[in-house]
Design a protein around this ligand. Structure first.
Ligand code: PMT
Length: 416
């Protein structure tokens, strides 16, 4: 998800830095555009360092750059690539330009070229805010579907007291995400997610692995971050770029994944185990590279079942928290096998996927799943892993609501 943040000139311009940080915590990419006036208050370098992206400061690139065709049409490419244009702080001048369709700098030109939703967070002196011209311009923008994040009341930089103070950065971010249909229903929650394969070493150069790419687990992590959660991502080896806002623990073997999960599970309010965990490891790992000499026999030993261990541990606490969700990668007797995993691993839900079907499951961008709970089976038709991740999180939240009154009967003994 990419948000373009337009910063216009006002004392509150420095608060836009906090807005960038809040978006990043939710794994959202931010491209900053500064008006000439904004650059009088904050240097573009501040936003470049924070966002990790080039800051757009004018229609034709910076004064140091040679104007070229690319920079002359950049507003069109930015308009096409963004999911939302947020302007914070928005001055009376910027609001007036937007309302009247004046396009004489990058930001106002981008507004005209934008087809994505627009959110505007005004900040100005109280008299400017109350002026009929400003209010009329805001009414025009509202009429076009622009979301206005009302300024707060208080002590203003000009020394006056009244309405005109930029809304709190958290509030602006929440309003923007809400405009994009992303609710903050996981704010304050910690979600522990496992992703990717495990590698069980055979010798220093070889391992037993599986076809998991990590895409399903990483999609879950990104979706949870966007909904406001703190995310702990325990990841096996993948080629993916992990979401920078998550706490990431890279592991290789099942044993390492188990340790990473068991060290952290009590901090989580939701645990989703999408990793394809190796069921076996080689009994004796060769210290040197095994030479090719005819047939080779490897003795395999079973790995611990991390999900079942968590199910037992949670049961022992007698509390319904954290909500525990496992996956089932099946190739036959799909529902029957998934129901068996739901019961034996003592989890709240199992996300069943048919890993024999082409185009979904392992190493694909798409998936189709059934979410099994003790009372229900919810079918999620084939969709991108990002969309499937949202459905899994919705199911997790529903389970929490249902379970909030439930207390599990504590078991007397847990053998792990
Ligand atoms: O990574 P992708 O390429 O995007 O592919 C996604 C996926 C196909 C890997 C994913 O959708 C999926 O199905 N993950 C679960 C894979 C798996 O190990 O399934 P299982 O049926 O063998 O295991 C059942 C559950 O127990 C899983 O939640 C698994 O994480 C867990 N498990 C399994 C074995 C073990 N020793 N410990 C475990 O915790």
């Amino acid at each position: 998800m990419k948000i373009v943040l337009g910063v216009s000139g006002g004392i509150a311009a420095y608060k836009a830095a906090e807005i960038v940080r809040h978006f990043q915590e939710r794994g959202v990419q931010v491209q900053v555009i500064m008006t000439a006036a904004a650059q009088e208050f904050v240097r573009p370098l501040t936003f470049a360092a924070l966002s990790g992206e080039k800051v757009i400061t004018g229609m034709f690139g910076s004064a140091a750059e040679q104007p070229n065709l690319d920079s002359a049409v950049e507003h069109i490419s930015v308009a096409l690539s963004m999911d939302c244009l947020l302007v914070a702080p928005a001055t009376a001048d910027t609001i007036a330009k937007f309302a009247q369709g004046i396009a004489n700098d990058f930001l106002s030109t981008l507004y005209l070229a934008a087809t994505a939703p627009v959110v505007v967070a005004p900040a100005m002196n109280v008299n400017m805010w109350q002026h009929p011209a400003t209010q009329a311009n805001l009414e025009i923008l509202r009429g076009r579907g622009v979301r206005i994040v009302e300024p707060g009341r208080g002590y203003l930089a000009c020394g006056m007291v009244g309405a005109g103070r930029l809304a709190e950065p958290e509030q602006i971010v929440a309003a923007t995400l809400e405009r994009l249909g992303v609710t903050q229903d996981l704010a304050g929650e910690t979600v522990l997610i496992t992703a990717g394969p495990t590698h069980e070493p055979i010798d220093p150069v070889r391992y037993l692995g599986n076809r998991s790419s990590g895409k399903m687990g990483y999609a879950l992590a990104e979706a949870a971050l966007r909904r406001g959660a703190k995310v702990i991502l325990v990841s096996g080896p993948t080629a993916l770029q992990p979401p920078s806002a998550a706490e990431i623990i890279f592991v290789e073997t099942t044993q390492q994944m188990r340790t990473a999960v068991l060290d952290r599970w009590e901090r989580a309010s939701f645990i989703i185990m999408s990793a394809a965990v190796g069921d076996y490891h080689v009994k004796t790992v060769s210290p040197g590279k095994i030479k090719r000499r005819g047939a080779l026999e490897l003795q395999l030993e079973p790995n611990p079942d991390i999900l079942a261990d968590l199910g037992s541990l949670r049961h022992a606490t007698g509390k319904p928290s954290p909500i525990l969700i496992g996956f089932a990668a099946e190739t036959e007797n799909l529902l029957e096998n998934a129901h068996a995993k739901l019961a034996t691993k003592r989890v709240d839900a199992i996300v069943l996927n048919d890993v024999a079907r082409a185009g979904i499951g392992f190493n694909s961008d798409r998936n189709e799943v059934s979410i099994l709970t003790a009372s229900d089976v919810i079918h999620v038709p084939e969709a991108s892993k990002q969309e499937v991740a949202q459905k899994i999180l919705e199911a997790a939240l529903r389970l929490r609501q249902e379970h909030s009154a439930t207390v599990l009967a504590p078991s007397s003994k847990v053998d792990l």
